[in-house]
Write a protein that binds this ligand. Structure first.
Ligand SMILES: Cc1ncc(C[n+]2csc(CCOP(=O)(O)OP(=O)(O)O)c2C)c(N)n1
Ligand SMILES: [Mg+2]
Length: 791
């Protein structure tokens, strides 16, 4: 039907929206059914072999059914990217199934090996997922940084800028907004004038445990507005709005507005009778309200009172389509957790599953015949051909690539190591980046650095001086303009290649996640390098894990590290980070001692992060200047450095003793080596550049039934020989070497909090100095001849 506007114009847009409403409502119903069924069959019909509940979130899915159907089947365009609320995964899979992008087989194996994932996963569900989600808050945060990365690429014309930008969309749970990382991101986004960002809050007023506090959301919109966002609140659906327009309707509105979240939720669960009882008690003196109560039977009253805008397809479409500019927008959509399901509104419904009886009556109400449960259109009032034709025209159905696969950028055959008698790995890193900044190659143009307020102190200064800081607008360096002398030049422009962040390590890793997905997500590769202090990896660890889980590729440079930073004192001294390096999937980690090792490793890392099956790379660097070896690195040595270890001093065949060290304690290991050499001829000194790679290769070799690199290296020693391991981190970093080969191992390292001091004092107190190594060697040698008895 075409609607005549004043002046005789015909509003075709509105007409199109009205025409598709019944189709979208039918498909929403089907998506809800499929999500519920998917979970039901996984829990109740698929045989269980382990007695564990399979789970799945029927109520969380139902809550966003209208919002997600509107987005996926109407509003979104191919260039938009989404982070779906983790617990809405079943609904997401159902919508993809309706679009023809998800197979029935995968749905039938929901939460089973190889099936549709419990939470949307980029790496396991494939191209249909833009951002993985699971750890609440992080998916929301990453969309903000993706919007920033999109701008970075467009402003530099690394991607076409003649097509409209995509909107980065997060579907967030309301309780998800308790996660601090969201607000850290919000602040950072404001600083960077982020655009094209939509956060859609599923305001069902329930979390996992309970009903969420009323007080928070009284402030949420003001909070977003302060940061320059538009806030669109979708509160009441069309039925309720019509009721409010009736005589005394205002009373009803006021009553609902004042209704505490917990009471509203409880009444949703209780249904019409409960609503009637409370409305009678509170509003019976108003004739208009009495009329409404009389006209509605219990079912109709329940429908009216739960007619929130987040479940009203027309209201939802209007709200989404009304936003045509790039101002970041937060939609607060009032919804009901479990809407349309028997446990709607019940505070315990988060992990609730419909039982077989409830499911049977739900199936009946959905008019889905037995045997047609997976049918895409069974039980809907709209003819299947019409639905099929509609789905074929949905913007997201267009087979444009959602995931790009740009070719790798060539990496130079060599990165020249900085020269100098005494160098720290941190200084070497700064100098390598400084010379990269002067290079006129494609690779340098794609490097982007970022740091949470430790750019200068992690030695990125030379790079930043040359390449500038990224900003949407050109901004002068005031200190420079005012001729105040400083080594740092902080001019900002869209050409800048450093993104300066405030102090929030979680933001660092979310930005690295977004930068590291630039290739697949937007079609232009970036080579991101993020720097931070090593101890603060833990502050952002979940975001780091999140970034790696979705296979974002980047380099993390963590410095300073360990007790080697000495006077800086206990709180800054990292201890367990190398163990994170070993245990964290998706991350290859290195702790080189020398500048030439770092040069080899950085070159390798730039290739590795671009390799299809590659990983991100973590470098743990130090501020301690140490004497550099004079040597040329040949191919074999370079391979060993990347592999994780090489003999700095080769042992004689059948040697009794070796020292294995990692990182900045190299001088102590060398001093001990020299001192012990007089008494233990032929001993060896093993330089371990990557406990992580060495450990991983050991495991892989064991599986293949072949000798590992660690074993092959240590074969040079006599079986049972003494091995002292030493590192400025937890001793477990290297002590596993004792399982890789038959040695008598003495592990040195740091296993309690650090404190201020100078290196000689601290190394002595923590037992990683040369005296401690010599002492440990003596004890180990003694054990080789006189093993400790168990008596
Ligand atoms: C970081 C993190 N902490 C805890 C959880 C466990 N958890 C899963 S869902 C949830 C509550 C979610 O509530 P809300 O965001 O409102 O989602 P909805 O009501 O839409 O299900 C919690 C605490 C998690 N997934 N991630
Ligand atoms: Mg909630």
């Amino acid at each position: 039907m075409l609607r005549a506007l004043p002046g005789g114009r015909i509003d075709e847009a509105e007409d199109a929206a009205a025409d598709k409403l019944p189709l979208l409502m039918a498909l929403e119903k089907k998506a809800l059914w499929l999500s519920t069924w998917m979970i039901h069959q996984a829990n109740h019909l698929r045989p269980s072999r382990d007695g564990l509940k399979v789970g799945g979130h029927q109520a969380s899915s139902a809550s966003v059914a209208t919002l997600m159907t509107a987005l996926y089947l109407d509003v979104m365009r191919p260039q938009d990217r989404v982070a779906v609320k983790p617990h809405a995964a079943p609904l997401f899979h159902a919508l993809q199934y309706l679009l023809g992008n998800q197979s029935r087989d995968k749905l039938e194996r929901f939460r089973a090996l190889g099936g549709a994932q419990a939470y949307p996963s980029r790496s396991k569900d494939g191209d249909i997922v833009d951002f993985s989600t699971g750890s609440v808050g992080l998916g929301v945060g990453v969309t903000l940084f993706a919007a920033l990365v999109q701008d970075y690429l467009r402003l530099k014309r690394l991607v076409p800028s003649d097509t409209p930008p995509g909107r980065m969309i997060a579907l967030a749970g309301d309780a998800e907004l308790d996660e601090g990382n969201i607000f850290e991101a919000l602040l950072e986004g404001w600083k960077h004038d982020v655009r094209n960002l939509w956060w859609v809050v599923d305001y069902n007023r329930q979390s996992l445990d309970a009903v969420v506090s009323d007080r928070l959301f009284g402030r949420i919109d003001a909070l977003f507005e302060v940061f320059g966002w538009r806030v669109v609140t979708l509160k009441y659906g069309r039925l309720l709005q019509a009721a409010f327009a009736r005589p005394d309707g205002e009373q009803l509105r006021e009553w609902i507005d004042a209704c505490p979240n917990s009471l509203y939720s409880a009444l949703v669960y209780k249904g019409g009778e409960g609503w009637r009882e409370h409305l009678r008690r509170d509003l019976n003196r108003y004739p208009g309200i009495r009329a409404i109560l009389d006209e509605h039977d219990d079912e109709a009253l329940a429908r009216l009172m739960t007619n929130l805008a987040g479940h009203d397809m027309g209201s939802v479409l209007d709200a989404f389509h009304a936003v045509a500019d790039d101002q970041p927008t937060c939609f607060i959509a009032y919804t009901i957790k479990g809407y349309g399901l028997p446990f709607a509104g019940h505070k315990d419904n988060h992990a609730g599953l419909m039982n077989p009886q409830q499911m049977a009556s739900f199936q009946q109400s959905m008019a889905v015949p037995a045997g047609a449960e997976w049918d895409r259109f069974a039980g809907l009032h709209v003819p299947p051909e019409e639905l099929e034709a509609f789905l074929a025209e949905v913007p997201l159905a267009a087979k444009s690539a959602r995931r790009h696969r740009p070719p790798p950028l060539p990496v130079p055959a060599e990165i020249v190591a900085p020269r100098g008698r005494h160098l720290s790995t941190q200084e070497a890193f700064g100098r390598i980046l400084g010379s990269l900044a002067t290079a006129e190659n494609a690779l340098a143009g794609r490097v982007v650095t970022t740091s949470p307020d430790v750019t200068v102190s992690t030695n990125l200064g030379a790079w930043v001086n040359r390449r500038g800081i990224f900003d949407r607008a050109e901004r002068a360096d005031t200190f420079r303009e005012e001729k105040v002398v400083s080594a740092q030049r902080w001019g900002m422009s869209p050409q800048g290649q450093h993104i300066e962040l405030g102090i929030a390590e979680s933001n660092l890793f979310l930005l690295l996640a977004a930068l590291g997905l630039a290739g697949p997500m937007f079609g232009a590769r970036l080579l991101p390098i993020g720097t931070l202090y090593d101890p603060f990896i833990k502050r952002g660890l979940d975001a780091l894990n999140y970034a790696l889980y979705q296979d974002a590729r980047f380099i993390v440079v963590a410095t300073p590290s360990g007790i080697t930073l000495a006077p800086e004192g206990g709180a800054h001294q990292s201890v367990l980070e190398p163990l994170i390096g070993i245990a964290q999937p998706g991350l290859a980690s290195f702790e080189p001692a020398y500048a030439d090792e770092l040069a080899v490793l950085l070159r390798w890392a730039l290739e590795e992060i671009q390799r299809e099956e590659g990983e991100s790379v973590y470098f743990r660097l130090s501020t301690r200047p140490i004497e550099q070896p004079e040597r040329a690195i040949d191919a074999a040595l370079a391979e060993a450095i990347v592999g994780g270890a090489y003999w700095l001093r080769e042992p004689a065949p059948g040697a009794e003793l070796a020292i294995a060290y990692c990182g900045a304690v190299a001088p102590e290991a060398l001093a001990a080596f020299d001192a012990l050499g007089e008494d233990v001829p032929g001993l060896g000194l093993l330089a371990v550049t990557s406990p992580d790679r060495l450990h991983a290769e050991w495991r892989a070799a064991l599986e293949r039934g072949e000798p590992s690199r660690a074993e092959r290296l240590l074969w040079a020693l006599r079986p049972g020989a003494a091995l002292v391991t030493v590192c400025d981190s937890h001793p477990a970093t290297l002590s596993w070497l004792g399982s890789a080969t038959p040695v008598t191992l003495m592990p040195l390292g740091v296993d309690h909090f650090g404190q201020s001091g100078d290196i000689p004092d601290l190394y002595r107190v923590y037992g990683i100095g040369s005296d401690a190594i010599i002492d440990a060697a003596a004890r180990a040698l003694l054990r080789t001849v006189m093993p400790a008895s168990g008596a």
